[in-house]
Design a protein around this ligand. Structure first.
Ligand code: 9MJ
Length: 677
């Protein structure tokens, strides 16, 4: 029996290591996580039964060591390099030219081959493998000596405790970067926030903090990944003769290598790669801060050699920094279309993410408090990709004495109305509605925008002028603008005034869905507006729809339904709609397709529990397509309750009321039979 167990233990370890390799190195898992966990649990159980079978490289032994009091120092067997940086194309051209010169390449007719790699923004580490066993892991430190983080490194599933194959050198130092995935970082911060613990500023800091934990149990819970990009000492074996082939070999030995790495030729190949990766940057699930070019042939690397500790054969081509430091001059309040108050940071201009930034969002009151940001502070501003710049944190050490905490006003800075914040909402809102100039401006901008009424020439600046000059109070006023008054406005020639009036006239002929979208009803975007138009066919039908009727519309939930009913219950909204129609805004009603057979017309259904072949929403849509009404709660009026797995109280209530219960098979039968009618 013990022999069988021992064989099973060995087999399980092999299988688990293989699936780890499929997952982390090939990025192509063969089995679901649940199956992997099952294998691991089986191994744990067997090892518990036979503790004498436990080995240090068993996949169960990643966590286990006791917390340390401090980290000890480790001298790398070969120093870890640092890279010179290039911040412009010219600097890359220079780097390439110098390398060609030293290698005696013809500057015009021949090109050096480079390995081009993303520059991962994490923490560099060195792993030492002896006879294929992971012996220790160390941070880069000063390049010569680092900290011993072996216990923590062992908890990173992507790092093999044992190399694969047999041809590996007897001693091998593997260098690479530990990074935290962006998705993992976001989840981690959510958890930290829920626990009331410190949130991390960015994935790099989170990765560094996780690796420098004295308790490996904490590190084990952190979503860390590792990519290899170099070797240090190689003893008792050999490696191939190019960087590209070395990385391929590391991969064969079970070490993860980044999949974006590519061979390129010459400066043009390098710069092309830089642009390619730059364009992809936002889609990658890890942060990078540039790319690295390495002369591919190791003999050429040797010939090029070093200047102090930086190689002449490699360079890091950096992206424009996404985070910079600047001063927070003031906090202004912006009032949006729906009255939401957004605190906006006015900053001393700073070049970040490739543009000069003077404003950045502070999101809301809670965020300002969480980050403890005060006017006058030195702050870190982040602009990543096309995302709105934001203030990430403030540097407390640089805070001036007497800096005061910020509080959102209790009255709207634009109209003076009361500001309220609903329970469970992060946003504070002005209650002024269309009495508030800011909300009025924003709703007119929205009304005129391309996807709404598409009024050419009625841009943001003009809307602000019109409201400030008291020429427009509500949406309908824009259709009564006069040429003489318009032409009198700043930067408005008679010709453009005339064009605007023409555009206004043209826009009066619109479609029902555009008109619904234009009204700026909260929660009603372009798609919902289209759905409502198609479902109800006419504006009066939408305006008189009850919340129950609205919930029946595909993709309309209770929050959207409530918002729609609320909007049309406001007399000033209905008055504006009347005035718009009186001004000539018109559309054709939409034909609601009633020609299809409706075999389930007037039958009321409730769908509850989890269905295995379709989602509840799909079931709802299928029933509705046959004329059924699908509601959210069971009552005496309900005709059928469709019950999936784990149905809960609705099924109990249906039983109590004696309502017909359908299981998933019966639902399919009903749908098929009804459709055939
Ligand atoms: C990063 N950080 O991604 C190197 N690196 O090579 C890559 N760093 C490096 N290579 C030699 N891809 C020293 C550092």
């Amino acid at each position: 029996m013990a022999v069988a167990d021992k064989e099973r233990v060995l087999k399980l370890r092999e299988e688990i290591n293989y699936h780890n390799y499929r997952y982390y190195v090939l990025d192509d898992p063969e089995i679901p996580d649940s199956e992997y966990d099952r294998l691991l649990r089986e191994l744990q159980a067997l090892e518990e039964k036979h503790p004498e079978l436990i080995t240090n490289d068993s996949p169960t032994q990643r966590v286990g060591a006791q917390p340390l009091a401090s980290f000890s120092e480790i001298k790398h067997l070969q120093p870890m390099l640092s890279l010179n940086n290039a911040f412009s194309d010219e600097e890359v051209l220079d780097f390439v030219r110098r390398a060609k010169e030293k290698l005696q390449y013809d500057q015009v007719s021949s090109e050096i081959v480079y390995a081009a790699e993303p520059k991962l923004d994490g923490l560099a580490i060195s792993l030492l493998y002896e006879n294929g066993q992971l012996i220790r892991g160390a941070t880069r430190g000063d390049g010569v000596t680092g900290e011993d983080v072996t216990q923590n490194v062992r908890t990173i599933d992507a790092i093999p405790l044992k190399l694969m194959g047999e041809q590996f050198p007897s001693r091998l130092e593997v260098r690479g970067e530990v990074v935290m995935t962006k998705s993992g970082f976001n989840k981690l911060n959510e958890i930290q926030r829920d626990k009331g613990e410190k949130v991390f500023a960015n994935p790099r800091n989170a990765a560094a903090g996780s690796l420098r934990q004295l308790d490996p149990k904490v590190t084990a819970t952190r979503p860390l990944m590792f990519y290899s990009y170099a070797v240090g000492l190689v003893e008792g074996g050999s490696i191939p003769d190019t960087q590209t082939a070395v990385l391929a070999r590391l991969k064969d030995w079970g070490l993860p290598v980044n999949s974006e790495i590519k061979q390129v030729q010459g400066a043009s190949g390098c710069l092309e790669y830089y642009n390619e990766i730059g364009a992809k940057r936002d889609q990658l699930d890890y942060d990078i801060d540039g790319v690295v070019y390495k002369v591919d042939k190791l003999v050429e690397q040797e010939e090029l050699g070093f200047v102090s500790r930086a190689p002449r054969w490699a360079i890091a081509h950096k992206f424009a920094a996404q985070e910079e430091m600047t001063r927070l001059l003031a906090i202004d309040i912006q009032v949006g279309r729906t009255g939401a108050l957004t605190p906006v940071a006015r900053l001393e201009p700073v070049f970040v993410g490739g543009v000069t930034v003077t404003n950045a969002t502070l999101h809301n009151q809670d965020e300002i408090e969480r980050k403890d940001i005060r006017v006058g502070d030195t702050v870190i501003v982040r602009r990543a990709g096309d995302v709105i710049p934001e203030v990430v944190s403030s540097i407390k050490a640089k805070r001036k004495k007497g800096a005061r905490k910020f509080k959102l006003p209790t009255q709207c800075p634009v109209c003076g109305s009361e500001v309220i914040r609903l329970e469970n909402e992060a946003v504070s809102r002005c209650t002024g509605g269309l009495f508030c100039d800011a909300q009025r401006k924003e709703s007119i901008k929205h009304f005129a925008s391309r996807k709404a009424m598409d009024i050419e020439g009625l841009g943001d600046k003009l809307v602000e002028q019109l409201v400030d000059a008291d020429m427009v109070h509500d949406l309908s006023d824009i259709f009564h603008l006069e040429l003489s008054k318009l032409a009198g406005l700043d930067r408005m020639a008679e010709k453009s005034a005339k064009n605007l009036l023409d555009a206004l006239e043209k826009s009066k002929s619109t479609t029902l869905d555009r008109f619904i979208f234009s009204l700026g009803i909260r929660q009603v975007g372009e798609t919902t507006a289209k759905t409502l138009a198609q479902y109800f066919g006419s504006l009066p039908a939408v305006m008189s729809a009850s919340e129950e009727a609205l919930i029946d519309v595909p993709d309309v939930g209770p929050v959207v339904a409530e918002s729609i009913v609320h909007f049309f219950n406001e007399p000033h909204n209905t008055a504006v709609i009347k005035k718009l129609q009186a001004a000539g805004v018109h559309w054709d009603d939409v034909e609601v397709d009633k020609s299809k057979p409706q075999p389930l017309a007037d039958q009321i259904f409730v769908v509850t529990g989890t269905l295995s072949t379709m989602s509840r929403d799909e079931a709802k849509q299928a029933l509705q397509a046959l004329g059924a009404k699908v509601t959210g709660s069971v009552s005496k009026k309900t005709d059928y309750v469709v019950v999936g797995e784990n149905p809960g109280s609705k099924a109990t209530k249906a039983e109590a009321l004696g309502i017909t219960i359908l299981d998933e098979d019966s639902l399919h039968a009903l749908l098929t039979n009804s459709a055939a009618k």
